[in-house]
Design a protein around this ligand. Sequence first.
Ligand SMILES: Nc1nc2c(c(=O)[nH]1)N[C@H]1C(S)=C(S)[C@@H](COP(=O)(O)O)O[C@H]1N2
Ligand SMILES: [Mo]
Length: 253
Amino acid sequence: MSGIITRRTVLTTGALGAGLVLSGCDKAAEQPTLRKILFSGEKINQGLQRALSTRHALAPEFRPDQMSPIFRTNGNRNPNTPDYNTMVAEQFADWSLQVGGLVARPLAISLAQLRAMPARTQITRHDCVEGWSAIGKWRGPLLGSILKAAGVRDTARFVVFTCADMMGGQPYYESIDLIDAFHPQTILALALNDAPLDIGHGAPVRLRVERQLGYKHAKYVMKIDAVASLDGIGQGKGGYWEDAIGYDWYAGI
Ligand SMILES: Nc1nc2c(c(=O)[nH]1)N[C@H]1C(S)=C(S)[C@@H](COP(=O)(O)O)O[C@H]1N2
Ligand SMILES: [Mo]
């Protein structure tokens, strides 16, 4: 994004523009004076312009020869609940991804339907906060396409992922804002290194949100909800680790 941001630019960026202005972590955009500048059609200061465009920058992508020979697993490596074990035994034939919350059309998407969607392939580096990294090839549909199909309402600001595995008696959960949700590298990965996602890496589908640290990349995603606020979800900090031990909600790399 270069040049002058005008009211027109902000309005015509559509869903991304809405996320850009309304997203929770862009506190700057919520302040009345800055809001006025953003919507005034005048030149905005370069620092703010840079800060806003940074959120849309792409994460580095790598060559096949740079892929890690082994991509380790971390956190839960198998939800191992009766429900999940049944789904595995049935090869996820009855599984469906629930998409709901602040959407015009709640969806239940089967694995076959997800696999039939146009997919993006990306070789990226996963960085875990515990101090290890791995480069892997991920493939899956854009989260943004799914959200567009569901018709995210204007009042939504975040997307919450509810997972099949339990942590401290609750399903693992994570959330991202609409900027990251519609980022061109944010996918629901169905495959790692050209093989269907295995149980360790989040079968049947896991989030890849490449500008953020590992714990944001929810595995075993069962349900996606568009919400206006993170209040009342878990303990309100937007993710399992955020609630449990105070990890940052925005874990930008
Ligand atoms: N559902 C779920 N998602 C999760 C976790 C988890 O325990 N449960 N661990 C997170 C952490 S800390 C990391 S580093 C990555 C690890 O992904 P991997 O097992 O595919 O390497 O998954 C993240 N997503
Ligand atoms: Mo991690």
